[in-house]
Design a protein around this ligand. Structure first.
Ligand code: ZN
Length: 312
C-alpha cells in the first residue's frame, strides 16, 4: 500500500512537471543542453567548429528555438573569425541590446529572445560595415528551393594583383561571389607548384579565379574592387613582393570583360593613376596547393599588402 502511494505521488509529480514544461515550451523547439547553454544562458560556441561557419548555400537562417527567419544567405560573408557572419539581418528579426560586459552589443532573436551572438560595426568587411557574429548553434538553415536554378548562369573572372592570399581575401567577401580559388595562370609550365612559380621562370602569375552570380554582383564591380585593392601602376611587383608572378593582370573570360576592363583602365588614367595592368584572354588556370587556399581565413592573419582604397 505504501509502495503504491509513493508510485502515485511520483506519477502525479511527473505529470505536473511535464505539464509545466509543456506550457513553457509550447511554441518553441526543444533544445539540447548545449543549445540551452548558448541560446538561453548566452554562451559562445568554440570558433571554427560550428556547422555554418563556412557554409555558403542559398537560403535562410532561422532561429533554432522559434523558427523565425533571421538572416539571408545573401548577407553572409567570410569574416575569418570562426563564426557565421552576416552584414545585415532580416528587418525587425534581430534585436540589439547592450551586453552585460558593458562593451559589446548583444544580438537576440526579436521573437523569442534567444541569444544569437554580437554585432560589430566599423570593421570594413563589406560596404554595410556591419558584422553580425552569430553562433551556428543558434541557427537552423533552410535551403532555398531555387538554390541550383542559376548555377548555369554563373560567370568566372580571373584577376592577378600580387600575392594571391590578399587578393582572394578581398574578393571572396563580395556578396554574390560563389567561390574563389587561388592558382597560377598566364605562363607556360603545366601543373606548376608554388616553388616553381616563386623560384623558376614559369611565366605564371599568382591569380584568383572568382565564380560569381551576375544577378547579385557584376564583373564591373569585381574589376573595380580589383583595381582598388592593389596598385596597378607597379610593374612585376606588388608592395614587398617582387617578381613577374606578382604582376597586375586581368585574364578575361569573354569580350565583355575585356571591354569593361579597358573602360576602367581609361577612367583610372583620366583620374591620374598609372596603370600597367595587362589584359589577356584566360587560359588554363592551375589551382594552387590547398595550403594557399583561403589563407587568411585559415590563419586568422590579416593581408599585409592589399588594402582597400576607393578610386572610382
Ligand atoms: Zn527565436
Amino acid at each position: 500500500m505504501r509502495k503504491i502511494s509513493i508510485i502515485l505521488i511520483l506519477l502525479a509529480s511527473s505529470i505536473n512537471i511535464s505539464c509545466q514544461n509543456k506550457n513553457t515550451d509550447m511554441e518553441y523547439n526543444k533544445l539540447s543542453s548545449e543549445e540551452k547553454r548558448i541560446i538561453i544562458n548566452k554562451g559562445t560556441e568554440a570558433p571554427f567548429v560550428g556547422i555554418y561557419d563556412t557554409h555558403y548555400e542559398t537560403g535562410i537562417y532561422k532561429c533554432k528555438q522559434c523558427n523565425t527567419p533571421l538572416f539571408k544567405s545573401d548577407n553572409k560573408f567570410d569574416a575569418g573569425c570562426g563564426w557565421p557572419a552576416f552584414d545585415d539581418a532580416i528587418k525587425g528579426a534581430v534585436k540589439q541590446i547592450p551586453d552585460k560586459d558593458g562593451v559589446r552589443t548583444e544580438i537576440i532573436c526579436a521573437n523569442c529572445g534567444g541569444h544569437l551572438g554580437h554585432v560589430f560595426v566599423g570593421e570594413g568587411f563589406t560596404p554595410a560595415n556591419t558584422r553580425h557574429c552569430v553562433n551556428s548553434i543558434s541557427l537552423n538553415f533552410e535551403p532555398s528551393e531555387i538554390q541550383t536554378k542559376d548555377t548555369a548562369n554563373y560567370e568566372t573572372a580571373i584577376f592577378a594583383a600580387g600575392c594571391f592570399w590578399g587578393v582572394e581575401h578581398h574578393l571572396k567577401l563580395v556578396p554574390g561571389v560563389i567561390s574563389t580559388e587561388v592558382g597560377y595562370t598566364g605562363g607556360k609550365t603545366s601543373n606548376p607548384t608554388y616553388q616553381d612559380v616563386c623560384y623558376t621562370n614559369t611565366g605564371h602569375a599568382e591569380a584568383v579565379q572568382v565564380v560569381f552570380d551576375p544577378s547579385k554582383t557584376s564583373f564591373k564591380d569585381l574589376a573595380k574592387l580589383f583595381f582598388e585593392i592593389h596598385d596597378p601602376g607597379q610593374i612585376d611587383r606588388q608592395g614587398p613582393d617582387v617578381g613577374n608572378q606578382y604582376r597586375s593582370e586581368v585574364f578575361y573570360t569573354n569580350e565583355k570583360q575585356k571591354e569593361i576592363t579597358k573602360q576602367l583602365i581609361q577612367i583610372l588614367k583620366q583620374k591620374g593613376y598609372k596603370v600597367v595592368t595587362r589584359l589577356t584572354p584566360a587560359d588554363t588556370f592551375y589551382p594552387a596547393e590547398e595550403s594557399h587556399q583561403d589563407y587568411y581565413s585559415k590563419t586568422g592573419a590579416n593581408p599585409y599588402c592589399h588594402f582597400y582604397k576607393k578610386k572610382f
